[in-house]
Design a protein around this ligand. Structure first.
Ligand SMILES: Cc1cc2nc3c(=O)[nH]c(=O)nc-3n(C[C@H](O)[C@H](O)[C@H](O)COP(=O)(O)O)c2cc1C
Length: 205
């Protein structure tokens, strides 16, 4: 059976979903079964309307139980004040039962991001998310500088050693660039290889 990776996102204006689609392509290219989920929304329809949020992407809403069946997770996180949004935090805070039984220990996780500005906190978002992985015993897989676009200073390129990223502008008008999408796909592929290698080794024991 192919290893399974869940791509778990929160997205209000779809930038993260666009990256997730590329991450999924990369995972599938590495032979992994990859599915995109979104965490439950915590804001009311009224507030979402005031924020001019478009309808949610057509992907299933994740449940805590869904986490058990995956070998790894790639979290797509739009920065809020340099850290994860409350919607993702609420979901992760509901995983106490899995923590108590060690159900997620030894699984893998990676992260990818979006922020309004280049200096809006994609890396601090990674740092403040990693504590969840540490407490669960989940193995964090950074991207490193595995893609040459991360060295390109000729244009805005989101992302870092902690994962792919896009920079959206304050009004959300900037869409993920070709380079950012390529990095996202690359991250999916690299992450998929790590998970596949581990799962194959475990199955051979
Ligand atoms: C309450 C709030 C806080 C935000 N904080 C930051 C921030 O600290 N840094 C930043 O660059 N962008 C910030 N943003 C912009 C979001 O990161 C941006 O809207 C998001 O990455 C877009 O992703 P999405 O299209 O997938 O929703 C904030 C947005 C909101 C609504």
């Amino acid at each position: 059976m192919a290893p399974k990776v869940h791509i778990i996102i929160y997205t209000m204006y779809h930038h993260i979903h666009k990256l997730a689609v590329e991450v999924q392509k990369g995972l599938e290219a590495s032979g992994v079964e990859a599915k995109i989920f979104q965490v439950p929304e915590t804001l009311s329809e009224e507030i979402l309307e005031k924020l001019s949020a478009p309808p949610k992407p057509d992907v299933p809403v994740i449940t805590v139980d869904d986490l058990k069946e995956a070998d790894g997770f790639l979290f797509g996180i739009p920065t809020r004040f340099g850290t994860m949004p409350a919607q993702l935090k609420a979901f992760l805070d509901s995983t106490g039962g899995l923590w108590a039984s060690g159900a997620l220990a030894g699984k893998f996780a990676g992260t990818f991001f979006s922020s309004a500005s280049q200096h809006g906190g994609q890396e601090t978002t990674a740092f403040t998310t990693v504590t969840y992985f540490a407490h669960h015993g989940i193995i964090y897989v950074p991207f490193g500088f595995a893609n040459a676009h991360l060295f390109d200073n000729s244009e805005v390129v989101g992302g870092s050693a902690y994962g792919a990223g896009t920079v959206t502008n304050g009004d959300g008008s900037r869409q993920p660039s070709e380079k950012e999408l390529a990095i996202a796909k690359n991250q999916g592929e690299n992450f998929g290889k790590v998970v596949s290698t581990y799962v194959a080794g475990k199955n051979a024991q």
